[in-house]
Design a binder for this molecule. Structure first.
Ligand code: PNS
Length: 157
């Protein structure tokens, strides 16, 4: 059985993330979507709210489970027996941001990173842009899973 971890802030989870989770579940037996807590960031949703939203929208994807974690990602991977980290790549900016982390995780713990290209029609979508547009009165509900769109409008709209 191959266990992999899809880590991220997911504040909140978007359709782009969800597509990566689905595709990871087609490639690997056991996919853990892990909300990684950043103590320096306040966040729009709490870690448990983000996890609950991901639980709800991943309920129909076999082989995906959801968790949260605070600390070093490779420690979490080891605890879970995960052999790789899965990340979506939207563009070269993501690549530049992700590559040093991938090398570091490989260097300190021999945990590899598998990059999946984000679906091209969702490659402009980010949690931060969805929050900004919603806060300013715009509609991004077509870019978010239904329960997430509702929760974001309630929180910021
Ligand atoms: O969704 P994000 O904010 O781009 O996710 C980044 C995240 C949470 C995956 C990354 O910051 C991370 O792995 N944090 C855990 C702490 C850690 O292991 N830091 C060393 C990375 S080499």
């Amino acid at each position: 059985m191959t266990t992999v971890v899809c880590p991220g802030s997911f504040d909140p989870v978007t359709l782009g993330h969800l597509d990566i989770f689905r595709r990871a579940a087609e490639l690997f037996d056991d996919v853990i979507v892990c909300v990684v807590a950043n103590p320096n960031k306040q966040g729009t949703f709490t870690i448990s709210e983000r996890k609950a939203l991901i639980d709800e929208v991943c309920a129909d994807i076999p082989g995906v489970r959801v968790d949260s974690f605070y600390g070093l990602l490779v420690d979490y991977c080891r605890e879970q027996g995960a052999t790789a980290v899965i990340k979506g790549l939207r563009d070269s900016t993501d690549y530049d941001y992700e590559l040093p982390m991938a090398h570091m995780n490989r260097s300190i713990a021999e945990i590899d990173t598998v990059f999946l290209p984000t679906r091209s029609d969702l490659s402009f979508v980010s949690s931060s842009l969805c929050r900004e547009v919603t806060r300013l009165g715009g509609d991004v509900s077509h870019l978010l899973p239904g329960p997430v769109a509702t929760a974001l409008k309630e929180r910021l709209g």
